[in-house]
Design a protein around this ligand. Sequence first.
Ligand code: GTP
Ligand code: MG
Length: 214
Amino acid sequence: MKIKVMENILSSNDQLAEANREEFNRRSITVLNVMASPGAGKTSVITELMRRLDGEVAFSVVEGDIASAIDAEKIEAMGVPVLQINTGGGCHLDANMIREAVQELQPPDHSVLFIENVGNLICPSAFDLGETLRMVIASVPEGHDKPYKYVYMFETADVVILNKTDLMPYINFDRDNFIQGVRALNEKAPLFEVSCSTGAGFSELVAWLKKQIR
Ligand SMILES: Nc1nc2c(ncn2[C@@H]2O[C@H](COP(=O)(O)OP(=O)(O)OP(=O)(O)O)[C@@H](O)[C@H]2O)c(=O)[nH]1
Ligand SMILES: [Mg+2]
């Protein structure tokens, strides 16, 4: 019975996600669903990308957290339109939340919308939001084994980012093993190794993002 309920929830979410996707396509809005563990660097990567592309394209951001507006305040301080969703305990965003958020935010045509999902590597991957691209961020302190454990997250990624590479000298992180784990699940997604602290790897990531903008 429980499985049936879950199937119904997912299929109604898929319908709403498809409607979101149609609207994003019609209005040429590039939507990135940013997913990662708590603290892996979702907000840091989003803010660094927006800083580097400042003036080249319009941005808006939806922030998903169980509680607080800490991340939304950081985005607001940059002068970027932002809407915070508090899920009140829910471990992921869903397509209906994004539909309502977009009605309120009204991102302009040809803009980029970042959706920072709730921090975890499990639930967010099961819920299509209607995004253009799924961005999955792993970070060095979490360890190289994450792709082997959180398979669906890495399997369905359109781009994988390894953040906090500046910490590589201090942490027992097997880079080759991490890359092998990602590639065993996902041959296509580009993989960028970056550091929000030093800026390493960002010029390549920015060049990739520019090519995705519609
Ligand atoms: N050393 C180092 N620290 C980083 C890097 N990127 C982010 N951090 C730090 O890691 C911490 C978490 O970064 P956030 O960007 O807030 O991570 P998040 O994934 O948005 O976190 P939640 O929204 O709480 O899930 C902050 O203290 C950042 O300053 C990096 O490349 N190197
Ligand atoms: Mg954050």
